[in-house]
Every structure is written in structure tokens, then in C-alpha cells.
Design a protein around this ligand. Structure first.
Ligand SMILES: [Zn+2]
Ligand SMILES: [Zn+2]
Length: 444
């Protein structure tokens, strides 16, 4: 391995822990800032595999195919619309910087870099706190909390809509911080939060005082009453200690939403609470109450305090029964193979946003979203899932035959085409059986 490649690989791992220097991560223009999060995908995978090996050695509960699928699918959904639209947080930050910037700090100073690191984390603390305490913001953030497991894949469960509320919390930083520095730390603040989603790291001694650690973040993901609305920090835990939201890990943490999500389908996971809020606001009497549904806490109800009452939370009973609809091993392997093809497709789209026409990009994004919904439908045992998958495979075959060069020979494109062809045959036969059963049950 050349030293250049070695350094690149080492940086790939270092960036996941925020172990980077101002020198190697300072840029004058936002266009020069690498897409650190996209580039980290292979390193996420390597770390997740390492976690798996350690879990086996430690004889702990292993990640489940269905839960991990849902987590990674949420992550892909949250990345997808970034292909069409520039980040809302960055766009509003740049606008605020152009209008209200009062001090022009040098973009290449280590002090500006350090201010950026702490400033972005401070902004994140309030974004995150509001994400839990303001119902309409919770409708976005809840997606991240919907897993009943806690492993590295959980970190990828990100919201599609949270950013549409988060941007306003970062605006004060635009008074002083150059946009490129803001963007760099937004990447690293998010990347740092990957490795803390694990049960294999128990306690980090004195580091627990300053840093957000796996132990602190386990508490944050807990639905035990002692864990609710605690530990909002991103990289640092000091803001929780200052503002009174810190809680150390005590009793065994039970993960997930207070009312666990009974589905693996990622679009439902993203939007179910938003739909619930809209329905509740529609039904509730009085304008004050209607507004309260949106701006008070998710636990609020008429006559209750802003954040609701802890005693209203459902009990956590042991043993905990998790939602666990499963697929046989062959179907898991099938879904994950097709899923890998989609992730590869996403990466190609991300690399070529300036090259591919907008309509083609939009069509590919819609196809990936439909695919993720279909895989979720398979995991959730929807009756229509085989037919949905057959349609998905046929759509690919028709488009690939028209778009790609599929001359006879050994190539990745041809291998994928054959894979989709065989898959289409499989699911068309399955769908025929399903339709026959449906017709028989109707005529009986
Ligand atoms: Zn949270
Ligand atoms: Zn988390």
C-alpha cells in the first residue's frame, strides 16, 4: 500500500472520531469542502463489521437483519434528497453570513476552526433539545429513535425532515463563522455520532466528563423514564452538564420510542408521527390547543405541563418484546444484495450530480425510494410485497435495456441485469401464486 493510500485510509477512520487537524480540514470555499459523510460510507461498513465480531466474542445480542435494514434505509432516504437540493442549513447559513456577518474571521486559523467545532456542537445541542421538546421537530427527529436495538447501524437512522427545522439554530454562528468552517464541522459533528451507537464500549473513564460517549448516548436512546429528554450533546457532553439535562447510565437501558414503531418500512418510519400530529391538530378543539399540538412536547395533552408527565409514560416491562417480523435467510440475502446495488447506485448519483440531467436524477431517486419501501414491505409481510418487487425488477430491466450498453460479455452491468432478470422471474411467480390465492378467497 502506498503511503498516500495508507494516509487516506487512516484519515477515513480518524474522521469518524473527529481526530482531524485544522490544517487538513480548513478550506476557503465551501465548494472545496469534501463530502466527508458520503466518503465515510465504506468506513461505516468496516466499523460495523468489527462491532459484529466483538459482539459475537462478547456473546451479546447481534444486530437483526430486519432492524439493520430499516436503519440503513432511513440513512439512505435522508441522503437522497440532498442530491437534488443544497443543504437547507448551509443555504440559510450562507444567506445569513452574506447579510449579517460582523467579524470576518480567517478561514485558515486554528482558532476559527476550534470556535467552529464548539459553536456547531452548541448549535447542535439546542437543535437536538428542540427536536425532543417541540412536537413538530420531534416528528422529524423521532426517526432516529425508532430502533429497539442499539448498534452502529442505529446511527444511520437519520431523519429526512429534521434539517428543515434545524437551520435556524445555527444562524447566530453566521455573525462570525465562515460558511466553509461551518460546513466542515457539520460533517464531523455528524460523523462523530456514528461510533457512539454501540454497546461494546462500556465506560471511558475521565473522557465521560467531557465527551459524548456510547454510555451517555445509550441513555439518550432509552425509553425508561429516567432516560427521557436527557443527554442531547453531539460531540461534547458539557452543555448537558451546564443546562441540567445530563443523566449518567444506571439501570439497563431499553431502547426505542415510548410507543414502539411496529414496522420496518422506512417511509412510514419517517412520516408516521407527522401524520399523527396533523390528525391530532385537526381533531382537537380551540386554536390554542391546535398550536400547542405543534409547539409543545410530544407528551403534552390538554391540562398537562408543556412536556407532559413522566408518570404518563407506559411501563417498561421485562423481558422486552421487540417488533420482530422476519424473512427467511435466503430472502434476507436477496434484500441485502439488492440493497447493496442501490447504495452503489446512490454513490454513482452523488458523484455525478453536476453531470446527470435533473429529470434523470429525480427518476433514480424515486426508484430508490420505491425500492426501499418495497424491501420494507417484504420485511413487514405485506400481501402486495411480491408484486411490488416484481414491478421493481421489471422497471429496472426495461430502463436498463433502453439506457445502458448491454452488449454480450462479462461486465458488472450485465451481471446486475441478469440478477434483476432472475429476480423478476422469482417474484412474478410468487405474485401469480398470491393473486391466485386472492382470487380463490374472493370466489369462495
Ligand atoms: Zn435524540
Ligand atoms: Zn443517536
Amino acid at each position: 500500500m502506498t503511503s498516500l493510500l495508507k494516509n487516506r485510509v487512516l484519515f477515513g477512520f480518524r474522521q469518524l472520531f473527529y481526530v482531524v487537524t485544522p490544517n487538513e480540514t480548513s478550506f476557503s470555499m465551501i465548494e472545496s469542502v469534501p463530502k466527508y459523510v458520503d466518503e465515510a460510507i465504506p468506513y461505516f461498513f468496516v466499523l460495523a463489521m468489527t462491532e459484529l465480531v466483538v459482539l459475537v466474542i462478547q456473546k451479546r445480542e447481534l444486530p437483526r437483519f430486519n432492524d439493520s435494514f430499516s436503519s440503513v434505509a432511513h440513512g439512505l432516504l435522508s441522503l437522497l434528497h440532498g442530491l437534488l437540493f443544497r443543504s437547507v442549513e448551509l443555504a440559510t447559513f450562507m444567506w445569513a453570513y452574506s447579510k449579517f456577518n460582523i467579524i470576518q474571521l480567517p478561514w485558515d486559523s486554528p482558532w476559527t476552526w476550534l470556535l467552529g467545532m464548539i459553536g456547531v456542537d452548541f448549535g447542535y445541542y439546542w437543535v437536538h433539545r428542540a427536536g425532543h421538546e417541540v412536537n413538530i421537530m420531534w416528528s422529524g427527529h423521532q426517526a432516529h429513535h425508532s430502533s429497539e436495538d442499539y448498534n452502529l447501524s442505529t446511527a444511520l437512522r437519520q431523519s429526512m425532515i429534521q434539517k428543515y427545522f434545524a437551520w435556524m439554530f445555527y444562524l447566530p454562528l453566521a455573525l462570525v463563522l465562515p460558511p466553509s468552517v461551518f460546513l466542515v464541522h457539520q460533517h464531523f459533528n455528524l460523523l462523530y455520532q456514528f461510533w457512539i451507537h454501540t454497546e461494546i464500549v462500556r465506560n471511558l473513564g475521565p473522557l465521560e466528563w467531557i465527551l459524548n460517549t456510547p454510555s451517555h448516548h445509550r441513555v439518550h436512546h432509552g425509553r425508561n423514564p429516567y432516560c427521557i429528554d436527557k443527554n442531547y450533546g453531539g460531540t461534547l457532553i458539557i452543555f448537558d452538564r451546564i443546562f441540567g439535562t445530563f443523566q449518567a447510565e444506571e439501570k439497563q437501558v431499553v431502547y426505542g420510542l415510548v410507543h414502539p414503531l411496529q414496522s420496518w418500512e422506512p417511509l412510514y418510519g419517517q412520516f408516521h408521527h407527522l401524520i399523527y400530529i396533523l390528525k391530532t391538530a385537526w381533531k382537537i378543539e380551540g386554536w390554542n390547543n391546535k398550536i400547542s399540538v405543534f409547539i409543545k412536547g410530544p407528551g403534552w395533552a390538554t391540562g398537562k405541563p408543556r412536556l407532559g408527565l413522566l408518570e404518563d409514560l407506559p411501563e417498561v416491562n421485562h423481558p422486552v418484546e421487540k417488533y420482530d417480523k422476519q424473512l427467511p435467510l435466503w430472502a434476507n440475502l436477496y434484500v441485502w444484495t439488492h440493497f447493496a446495488v442501490l447504495v452503489f447506485g446512490y454513490q454513482e448519483l452523488a458523484k455525478n450530480t453536476q453531470v446527470f440531467p435533473g429529470l434523470f436524477m429525480a427518476a433514480c431517486i424515486l426508484y430508490i425510494i420505491y425500492s426501499l419501501t418495497t424491501f420494507g414491505a417484504l420485511y413487514d409481510h405485506w400481501r402486495s410485497a411480491p408484486l411490488m418487487e416484481a414491478v421493481r425488477c421489471c422497471l429496472y430491466l426495461i430502463t436498463a435495456a433502453k439506457t445502458f450498453d448491454l452488449t454480450i460479455g462479462i461486465s458488472v452491468g450485465n451481471a446486475v441485469f441478469i440478477m434483476y432478470f432472475l429476480s423478476a422471474l422469482l417474484w412474478l411467480s410468487q405474485s401469480a401464486t398470491t393473486i391466485q390465492i386472492l382470487l380463490k378467497s374472493k370466489s369462495a
